[in-house]
Design a protein around this ligand. Sequence first.
Ligand SMILES: Nc1ncnc2c1ncn2[C@@H]1O[C@H](COP(=O)(O)OP(=O)(O)OP(=O)(O)O)[C@@H](O)[C@H]1O
Ligand SMILES: [Mg+2]
Length: 246
Amino acid sequence: MKASVAKNIISIVSNKGGVGKTSIAIAAGCYFSQKLKEPTLLFELDCSPGDFGTLFDIDKKNSLEMALRYPDSLNKYVKNINCNLDILMGLQNPLAAESVKKEELFLLLDVIKMNYTNVITDTQTVLNSMTINMLSESKKILLVTDSSIESFNRVINYHDILTKGFFISKNIINLLVNKKTIKDCFKLWDFARISGLPVQGFLPFEKNFNKSVFAEGSSSIQRSGFYRQVGKIIENGLFKGVPDVN
Ligand SMILES: Nc1ncnc2c1ncn2[C@@H]1O[C@H](COP(=O)(O)OP(=O)(O)OP(=O)(O)O)[C@@H](O)[C@H]1O
Ligand SMILES: [Mg+2]
């Protein structure tokens, strides 16, 4: 791992399942590490458990559980995917997440921030205290919805919970609409108008995309239209106007 100080801590969230949180997190991690060639950590906070173990063939012994216990040995518990991209798999037991103390997470985050320029966090649908603590440290939160009205209503409620219940700054939360099809009656500006939230952009529904492409290695990933679309979102100012909260 190279010495650096994290400039981007981005959390991908949604209280709607299957909207593409994990796919977006991994594509963003690949983009930062490969295109920008910056040391990047993909940090899994989905303890339901999440998909990283299966997608990246990670040994169950090397998870967030050990990294929280021995933060100074973080490099032993991450899996290196390419020269700039490391992956930290989440806790394997959803109940264990409830017992992680804020101080424990922050000690690990201190080590993470010293070692990576970018940290991309994939979260789970059900909010827990570990996710809230991570969001309080994030510089940008991408709130993901698909273009269905029920998903849209859910994420507006989620936004309220985050900002009014947990005092997460509105300024760092942007809406991202995934799986948009041309048949959808909502246009991008409708989402912005109805929600009153800044919309980061949308990702089209790609009928040939499946997140298992991430298990196939970097050349397959870079060929996918989904990866290019996520790259465009990043290039088109993912970080414009992001206040320095840390
Ligand atoms: N833009 C897209 N076009 C087509 N399929 C997509 C798109 N984005 C994601 N998918 C597919 O949708 C499914 C769910 O994606 P993903 O697992 O990333 O969502 P998630 O929000 O992380 O789900 P969960 O709530 O279970 O963690 C996957 O099969 C993925 O390949
Ligand atoms: Mg997921």
